[in-house]
Design a protein around this ligand. Structure first.
Ligand code: NAD
Length: 449
């Protein structure tokens, strides 16, 4: 079944229709119209699948996607242009150009935590570069997946873009096909499975994975601002954000003050939502149970878990150690452990010992301190004195390294990701230097056997 969609897409791609600039811009406009048409269904679906409120859904999913489409339409002509590059004197007579070429038929596999954004944002890159695409949204947010299918069916014929609903088996059969590019967002565990499947066809891939992203707070930080921005980034989407600060690592001398303000802001931002049942829930029972088991030790804020609605209260745990259960894997839920350090140098060694995280946040008003952290720890990307916000800047490439992934996207980087740069040397026939050929007199003079 998927093979037939794949083959039809391959045929359509080979017709060359997807490659003109006008076609690609129209496709992006069609996509936007499709989303606008189903916007209210999309908002309802997010509410139904995991109680995501309208404002948050608009900010983090729909609005983000509109911005990305508009930005791409505005800049696409410029990005897609063939570029002339320098040619060395040894190549006198020729000129060199880089042609931007799509890969062909691409597969986009998405997770459930931002089920719309993480399916459609890569699609914007794929379409803008001139590819055809098969999307596989997450089975854990089935209502959103259904609306995505409707949007795609309204905007595109299946031979161009198709959305396929299903779980692991669907993914496995999709992954057996010889796609020209695979873009995967999800866990590092499944990322390895995707990479193995891609290797069978030598398919190039992007892996957008996760990890334990630290928020480091030094004694030179503005503590109130740090507290406010850490709890906002952590408890947004009930902590189910790939770049959420996973844990706080704070200088012991300012820990009490940071915790005091984190409690205050958590209460201010989320207490009412949790009390009235409008705080987002955990996506399913399995993740709820996993998170519930992690609520142990010195809970200084929250700690309530409501099984009936799969809701976990924003929770802060103090006095956590790297050997505790909560520090063994990405938390991916609204629980914030706090660890303390006495020397920043030692703290950086500890963080370097962890697998490379997707994000790192450093809170300090001392520029040299921020620079030291940025330069000495390997991680995907991040922010100084903020959390999460860096990913909403289309001028910044977004992606991980090592365990948190490979490749990057957003803005022009999405276009580049789905584009092969074909290098061409245009040689002159007006003259022909003899010395490059075997047995030329000058050439022989320099070669000593
Ligand atoms: P997941 O890896 O379980 O699922 C993602 C996709 O993989 C789904 O479509 C699912 O059907 C498929 N899948 C699951 N098991 C599979 C298997 N055995 N074989 C083939 N396909 C399989 O991830 P998730 O739980 O949906 O998402 C959470 C993870 O994603 C977290 O680690 C988070 O950090 C990460 N994430 C990363 C980013 C990013 O941009 N880097 C964004 C969001 C989430």
């Amino acid at each position: 079944m998927y093979e037939s969609i794949f083959n039809r897409q391959k045929q359509f791609y080979q017709s060359g229709k997807t490659r003109t600039l006008a076609f690609r811009i129209e496709a992006l406009k069609q996509l936007k119209r499709g989303i606008q048409y189903y916007e209210s269904d999309l908002l309802k679906a997010m509410k139904k699948d995991f109680n995501k409120g309208e404002a948050e859904a608009y900010l983090t999913e729909i609005g983000y996607v509109y911005n990305e489409i508009n930005y791409t339409i505005k800049n696409l002509e410029n990005w897609a242009e063939t570029t002339k590059v320098k040619t060395p004197a040894t190549h006198t007579g020729s000129i060199s150009k880089v042609y931007k070429e799509p890969y062909g038929v691409v597969l986009i596999i998405a997770p459930w935590n931002y089920p719309f954004n993480l399916t459609i944002a890569p699609l914007i890159g794929a379409v803008s570069a001139g590819n055809t695409a098969i999307l596989k949204p997450s089975e854990h947010t089935p209502t959103v997946a259904g609306v995505i299918s409707n949007i795609i069916a309204l905007a595109f014929p299946e031979k161009y873009v198709a959305s396929v609903e299903g779980g692991i088996e669907t993914n496995q059969s999709l992954l057996s096909l010889p796609f020209n590019y695979i873009f995967y967002t999800g866990s590092s565990h499944v990322g390895k499975i995707v990479m193995q499947s891609a290797a069978k066809h030598l398919t190039p891939i992007t892996l957008e994975l996760g990890g334990k992203s630290p928020a480091i707070v030094t004694k030179n930080a503005d503590i109130k601002i740090a507290a406010k921005r850490i709890v906002w980034g952590k408890f947004l989407n009930a902590g189910q954000t790939c770049v959420a600060p996973d844990f706080v690592y704070v200088d012991a001398s300012v820990k009490a003050s940071l915790i005091y303000h984190m409690k205050r802001y958590t209460k201010k931002f989320y207490n009412n939502a949790f009390k009235t049942g409008t705080y987002m829930n955990i996506v399913n029972e399995q993740h709820f149970e996993r998170l519930n088991d992690l609520i142990q030790g010195n809970v200084v804020y929250g700690g309530t878990a409501r099984r009936a609605t799969l809701t976990i209260e924003p929770t802060i745990i103090d006095d956590v150690d790297f050997s505790d259960d909560i520090m063994q894997e990405e938390i991916f839920g609204p629980i914030l452990p706090v660890l303390e350090f006495r020397s920043l140098d030692k703290a950086l060694l500890d963080v370097r010992d962890l697998p490379d995280p997707l994000a790192l946040y450093i809170f300090t008003d001392k520029k040299s301190e921020a620079k030291t952290v940025i330069r000495s720890v390997p991680f995907g990307g991040g922010a100084v004195n903020d959390t999460v916000f860096h990913l909403a800047n289309p001028h910044l490439p977004f992606g991980g390294r090592g365990n948190s992934g490979m490749g990057k996207y957003h803005g022009k980087y999405s276009f580049d990701t789905f584009t092969h740069e074909k290098s061409i040397l245009h040689q002159t026939t007006a003259f022909d230097f003899p010395f490059r050929y075997p047995n030329a007199k000058l050439f022989n003079k320099f070669i000593k056997y």
